[in-house]
Design a protein around this ligand. Structure first.
Ligand code: F6R
Length: 235
C-alpha cells in the first residue's frame, strides 16, 4: 500500500513531508527514523522552522561511515547536528557509532536500540541504483544492521570531500532492509531525473533484492513524495 504524491519541487516536497511528520506526531509517534543526504534537507528545514517540540522524542538514524566520529564534517552524525539536532534536540538521538571498530558489537548494539525504540515513522531517500540506507542491490530483505563495504563508485564520489583518498571511508554501518520494514510507517522521497528509473522499479517493478527499495511494496503503510522528474518513468 504505497501512497504517491507528486510535488512541484524540493521546497514543496519539504512542506508535504513536514505534513506527514506532523500527522504522525499528532497520532502519537515517539520514535522517528531519520536519513541524511540531499533529499531530506527541505523537510528538516520545515521541521526546524516549525514549533514542533522533539525534546520528549527519540530519533534513530539509518547509517554512518565506519571510521568517522561526530566531529568529522563528513560524518552523518555531524550532518544531523547541523541540519536538525542543534536546532531541535531530541531526548535521545541514535546514529551508529562510526568509531566503534568492533562491527559485531556495534551492529548488535544498534539492533538492540531499534528493538527498544520501535520506529513509528521512517524517512528514506532513494539511491539511483534503488538502494535505501546503505543497502545496495543484492541485500537480503531480512537483513538487520550490518557492516557494508562501499562500492568503488561511492568511494570515488566521496573522495572530493576529503584531503586525500586514504581518508575516504571504505565501510559503513547501516540498518538492514528488515530493520527498515519494521517501521510502522515509511516516507520515501526522491527528486530529479537521475532517480526516475529507480522510482519506477521501486513502485512498478518486481519485488527483488536487485532493487532494495522494491521491498517497500510489501509494507502496509508507505508514503512516496516525488517531483515530476523523479516520477517521469512511471507508467
Ligand atoms: C542517507 C542514506 C542514503 C540516501 C540516498 C539518497 O542516510 O541512507 O540511502 O538516502 O543515497 O541520497 P540523496 O538524498 O543525497 O540523493
Amino acid at each position: 500500500n504505497m501512497h504517491v504524491q507528486i510535488v512541484k519541487d524540493q521546497a514543496a516536497g519539504g512542506k508535504a513531508g513536514f505534513q506527514i511528520f506532523q500527522q504522525a506526531l499528532t497520532a502519537g509517534a515517539k520514535v522517528l527514523g531519520l536519513a541524511t543526504g540531499s533529499t531530506p534537507i527541505s523537510i528538516y528545514q520545515q521541521l526546524v522552522a516549525s514549533d514542533l517540540d522533539f525534546s520528549q522524542l527519540t530519533s534513530v538514524n539509518l547509517d554512518e561511515y565506519v571510521g568517522l566520529g561526530p566531529d568529522h564534517p563528513q560524518s552523518y552524525r555531524y550532518f544531523m547536528q547541523q541540519h536538525l539536532f542543534n536546532a531541535k534536540p531530541f531526548a535521545h538521538s541514535y546514529v551508529p557509532d562510526g568509531l566503534n571498530a568492533d562491527a559485531a558489537a556495534e551492529t548488535k548494539r544498534y539492533d538492540d536500540i531499534i528493538a527498544a525504540n520501535p520506529i513509528d515513522l521512517q524517512l528514506l531517500g532513494l539511491g539511483r541504483n534503488g538502494h535505501v540506507g546503505f543497502n545496495e542491490p543484492g541485500t537480503d530483505e531480512h537483513s538487520t544492521t550490518h557492516k557494508v563495504a562501499l562500492t568503488q563508485s561511492t568511494i570515488d564520489a566521496n573522495a572530493r570531500f576529503f584531503d586525500n583518498e586514504d581518508e575516504v571511508p571504505r565501510y559503513a554501518y547501516s540498518m538492514g532492509i528488515g530493520s527498515i520494514l519494521q517501521a510502522k510507517e515509511i516516507l520515501i522521497v526522491a527528486y530529479g531525473e537521475a532517480k526516475a528509473a529507480a522510482v519506477a522499479a521501486m513502485l512498478q517493478g518486481p519485488v527483488t533484492p536487485d532493487v532494495p527499495a522494491s521491498f517497500l511494496q510489501t509494507h502496509p503503510n508507505v508514503h512516496v513524495i516525488l517531483d515530476e522528474a523523479a516520477a517521469s518513468q512511471l507508467k
